[in-house]
Design a protein around this ligand. Structure first.
Ligand SMILES: C[S@@+](CC[C@H](N)C(=O)[O-])C[C@H]1O[C@@H](n2cnc3c(N)ncnc32)[C@H](O)[C@@H]1O
Length: 279
């Protein structure tokens, strides 16, 4: 650069502050800024406009996917397992959409029930065979040494068996632990528990984790004792009911040697759908 050219260019001081493009949006633009350096100012305005537009679009996308998640969630709680299977098999991308929303929703929970179940399983023998009814992304199978049959409506992993869990391909008396983690969603939920009873070996474990509000009789939820009574009538021994978590309850049952031999009609309490609010 010649001396002459050097003179022409205005040198910026060494310890200069941020230039216009570098300035944060919170720093006010003075009236003359645009006059002095018109091009960078316009560029900055364009940048601000486009970042405003993209954050608006991001917010809209988030609202839309939140809305889709709530709609799919409501659908699962208000239809039968067979209807849910047909619905998702027709468009499996809806299943991914549901799970993306579900993961987001669960990220607000201080503790995930599936992790409590995994910790429990890790304290048992790794030789126990597990069936995870409504496995979602098969977190249990990925976390324990046991053989786990992961069952859900859609399979996007070769290890997940796609089926309606009221009718699984598992053999009778073939598993030691049946898990339902937030998955008693269908209006015919009792048929899922009956299926678990079929595939469980005598003395096998039945673990059910559910959202606490579904078992809050004061607010329209089921009475947990009536629920436990219905499961007992099917042929299970209640072992423990863990209500220590603010968000969920976990029931632990053991299958009796003798099943509901009397064939008595079981009174299953209605389980209130767990609908998520708009945030
Ligand atoms: C709330 S998610 C919980 C997923 C997983 N258990 C967890 O705790 O992360 C419930 C899952 O149950 C599945 N599900 C609901 N009804 C079902 C049915 N009839 N047959 C198979 N899976 C079902 C849903 O597709 C969903 O993946």
């Amino acid at each position: 650069m010649t001396k002459h050219e050097h003179g022409k260019k205005r040198k910026r001081p060494r310890n200069r502050g941020p230039n216009k493009l570098e300035k944060g949006a919170h720093q006010k633009e003075t009236k003359n800024d645009g006059d002095k350096e018109g091009v960078p100012s316009a560029k900055r305005r364009n940048l601000q406009e486009s970042s405003k537009a993209s954050s608006f679009l991001d917010k809209m996308r988030e609202k839309l996917s939140g809305g889709h998640f709530r709609m799919l969630n409501e659908k699962l709680y208000t239809c039968t397992g067979k209807e849910a299977l047909d619905y998702f098999q027709e468009d499996p991308s809806l299943f991914d959409m549901y799970h993306a929303g579900y993961r987001k929703q669960m990220s607000n929970w201080p503790e995930q029930p599936v992790n409590v179940i995994i910790s429990w399983l890790k304290k048992q023998s790794p030789s126990l065979i597990v069936a995870d009814f409504g496995c979602g992304d098969a977190h249990i199978a990925k976390s324990v040494k046991n053989t786990v049959f992961s069952l859900d409506l859609v399979s996007n992993d070769p290890k997940i068996i796609a089926c309606d869990m009221s009718s699984t391909p598992l053999a009778s008396s073939s598993v030691d632990v049946a898990v339902f983690c937030l998955s008693l969603m269908g209006t015919n939920y009792s048929s899922y528990v009956e299926e678990a009873s079929r595939v469980l070996k005598p003395c096998g474990w039945l673990l059910i984790a559910e959202v606490k509000s579904r078992f809050d009789p004061i607010n329209g939820g089921a009475d947990p004792e009536k629920f436990a009574k219905a499961i007992s009538a099917l042929g299970f021994q209640p072992v423990k009911q863990d209500s220590s978590n603010k968000m969920f309850i976990i029931f632990y049952f053991k299958k009796k040697n003798k099943q509901n031999a009397e064939g008595k009609e079981i009174e299953w309490p209605m389980l209130k759908p767990c609908l998520y609010k708009r945030r």
